[in-house]
Write a protein of this length. Sequence first.
Length: 280
Amino acid sequence: MPLLSTLVDTFNDNVIGPDWGNAYGGVTETGGRARIPCIAGQYAGYQTAKTWTLAGSSAYLQVPLAAAANGGTVEVQTVFSIITTTAGTNLAFNINTVAGTMRCESNVAYFDGAATSLTYNATTHAWLRIRETGGNVLWDTSTDGSSWTNRRTLATPAWVTAATDTCALDLWSYRNNGTTNYAEFDNVNTSASSASTYFGSAALTADGAQTAAATRSIIIAAGVSAESGLAVASVQSAQASAALSGSSELSAQTDAVDTDDLTIQYSEPRGGWTVSQPWI
């Protein structure tokens, strides 16, 4: 049971996506928008298959350009509608730039005699939303796709809850006469504000380029009391004693006298000697 709120398209790839398989009348995806020609006596539109559910869900989008009157005398329409398998039964925002109005419609047989009619303002009504919740259908408008103003509330028609997997989104345009132009739709179920833009500064010289990267920062307040303490990491040191001992040996080397070639002779003492034994 795909809810309409899960249908998302930014139209940024300039290719009509598969969700719009029932598109008709020469529509294109141009400049990141769904562009719908507004041709005298012809209908054109972006339309999905009838496989979606509105009950308990919603659909919203941006209307950057409603088809201008351009010589039209009765109706030049730019329409955001949710349709079902019963022809002429639908919920819609219908902008008519000839009359300068926007109607919040719950049509049966292509008509709603109790529709809420507003003076159309391209800025005030830049974003449109239809939703079903709590037993009611609501038509809302927004300047930015974020803050919404309710324009009409109606008890949920029986077909809305019965049309499980049989609803379609139909974005169309038509003029009875005048010069051909076009309407544009954008950002189905996705707000332009959901994309964040960050700016960075960079100093550039004639000899080179520098890329600036954006930096996010968070400032956190902290209170410090007079009794706050600072923790100091301790440093452990160890001392060890060591006893050193050493021993040494001294040796003396004498040159031995070779007595092998000496002959000792014994004789009587000579004068001037004091003679003792054994010479006495």
